[in-house]
Design a binder for this molecule. Sequence first.
Ligand SMILES: [Fe+2]
Ligand SMILES: [Fe+2]
Length: 241
Amino acid sequence: MRVAADASGEPATPVALEPDHLPTLCDGRHPAGIVPTDFSHLHGAGGYLARMAHFEAASITAFAQLSSELEDLGAPLELVEQARRAAREETVHAHAVGALARARGTVPPDPRLKPPPLRTLEEVAADNAAEGCVREAFGALVGLYQSVHAADPEVRSTMRMVARDEIAHAALSFQLHHYFVTRLDASARARVEQGRDQALAALLHQVFTFEDAPWRDELGLPAADALFEMAREFKLELARA
Ligand SMILES: [Fe+2]
Ligand SMILES: [Fe+2]
């Protein structure tokens, strides 16, 4: 397993990951309170898709939680509705990606969750900035790449649908971010921005390569140089957002 150059400009950390442990980069928004699951029995393309489906299922809860929190915080109804719609879309993703895994003989493990109580405005803003504006948004780019490059036509068409929605979820994250910062004081705003920068640094420091995965072409996952370029462009775009 090789590791790409680090897109942040720092030397890459030599993280040796077997193909079965590669991160599922396009897998929706991870909810607060998700309980780590043992994936050691999942292998190959089916295993990768099963892990993706697991996190897509978890992201239904992430958006359900977010819609409740937005309501609780008195956010505009339009934002609440968009979060509810995203939860419905994540349900479709979980089923569609789960079907791809099952077609390869692998059943996605159900997510286990311990949802926290409703969070404060700053906590929701910080989570949205890191998880929505950075991780889920970058995942949307990877999904878009897969929708064009996957050798398997069903993976291509599923990822086309997933990527279209994930791009909309990324746009919602930025809309929410702009709304939240208008309600936070300067010090809270600085903490949220700092959290977003840390999430970006963590993402850029984890530019894994999929070259050693025999199923890379089947799923259309990017080679190291393409992933590096995506991360570099993403960083530049984020700075302009
Ligand atoms: Fe999703
Ligand atoms: Fe999503």
